[in-house]
Design a protein around this ligand. Sequence first.
Ligand code: PTJ
Length: 247
Amino acid sequence: MDVSPDHPRYKSLVIREKMSELSDQGIVARTGLIAHGRGEAFDYLLGEKTTPAAQKAEAAIAAFLLEAERPVITMNGNASALCAAELLALAAEVGAQVEVNLFHWSRERVEKLVSYLESFTDLPILGREQDAVLEGIASDRARCCQTGIYAADVVLIPLEDGDRAEALRAAGKKVLAIDLNPLSRTAQAANATAVDEITRAVPQIRQAVKELQNDQPRRKKLLADFDNQANLAESVQYIIENLTAQQ
Ligand code: PTJ
């Protein structure tokens, strides 16, 4: 479908077209389109901009990644479709491994995702050889890589489902989320959640990485001061105030 650049929701329509095409190719799960719609709805409520709370969480995420010994960024269909190049650049900047980890798992789909990401980068993409199992998830989704997610101390899970976020926490890992829904189980389970649209959040995290990479005392202070529950409450309050101002 041709979308006119004059359309007031041009960007959103172009992204929807891309998601739809990548769904036809099996990169995005069909229900990934529904998840995208839920994200768009929350983004409306947030005024489609990065809030002060999100900015704080993005700085905390950058600090967690820089302090990590074995950071991993997990990639699913939606995150890959929306933000592959930026997430891979972030991985390179913080020395994180990248692992494909799917909710709608099939060997064929993992292969598609790994190949898709390899077309953007020379970084190794984990996921083809899943040789470990994450406790607490009773399905194929528990599969992961021994040298990747299984051994990670810090895991960034953009647009994740709640079960895995909780299982990663239970396994003792620091969990970092990007999720527009401040009420989701993922947002609530994480150590730091950026309640922001992924294509805005990742460039902000990369910028914070630049600012924090040579400043360990500031990183430590940021992490000591960061409280995810309070930050999520700030996002909910922002939505309330944004809606009240519209009346
Ligand atoms: O590719 P797969 O098989 O791993 O499946 C990926 C999806 C996203 C379908 C799967 O993980 C899933 O069902 O996730 P949920 O439980 O729907 O959660 C996705 C969360 O991401 C929801 O809370 C959405 O509000 C949020 N979200 C959607 N789009 C965006 C977003 N958050 C930030 N930016 C977005 N663009």
